[in-house]
Design a protein around this ligand. Structure first.
Ligand code: FES
Ligand code: FES
Length: 156
């Protein structure tokens, strides 16, 4: 048995330590907001946070998460109140939506590290998250909007 803390809840999962964390999140825990894209650390669809750092859960063995705090898109906020979620809705960012939970998790790390990012900061920080629908301009606008909300006290 492996003990995990995901979105603040403790879980026991009966999987091999080398099982990809993504599989455990989706299949064992039923948290399907995190997506499988490439399976090769190339697209960012599977991005989750491990102790606040963005990781590609498709290539991270579950053993890497032992003793650490895993945050998935479901844990960003319980009620869509995170400034990024609000900004994403306001800017109508998603098209098909497949890449968006990964985009949001990377954006969350960016805003924690750079609360007022420039366009260049955004492009650099988000470069590892691909969007086949080409929503990049709206992602950028939404990150700026969220940064504005955080500056006005809407931060988490
Ligand atoms: S599915 Fe993990 S990076 Fe693409
Ligand atoms: S919204 Fe479709 S892949 Fe990004």
């Amino acid at each position: 048995m492996i003990s995990l803390t995901v979105n603040g809840k403790r879980y026991q999962v009966d999987v091999s330590p080398d099982t990809p964390l993504l599989w455990v999140i989706r299949e064992s825990l039923g948290l399907t907001g995190t997506k499988f894209g490439c399976g090769m650390a190339q697209c960012g669809a599977c991005t989750v946070l491990l102790d606040g750092e963005a990781v590609r859960s498709c290539v991270a063995p579950v053993s890497r998460a032992i003793g650490r705090e895993v945050t998935t898109i479901e844990g960003l906020s319980p009620d869509l109140s995170h400034p990024l979620q609000q900004a994403w809705i306001a800017e109508d960012v998603p098209q098909c939506g497949y890449c968006q939970s990964g985009q949001l998790m990377s954006a969350a790390v960016l805003l924690r590290e750079k609360p007022q990012p420039t366009d260049e900061d955004i492009d650099q920080a988000m470069a590892g998250n691909l969007c086949r629908c080409g929503t990049y301009p709206r992602i950028r606008k939404a990150i700026h909007r969220a940064a504005g909300m955080i500056a006005k006290g809407g931060a988490k």
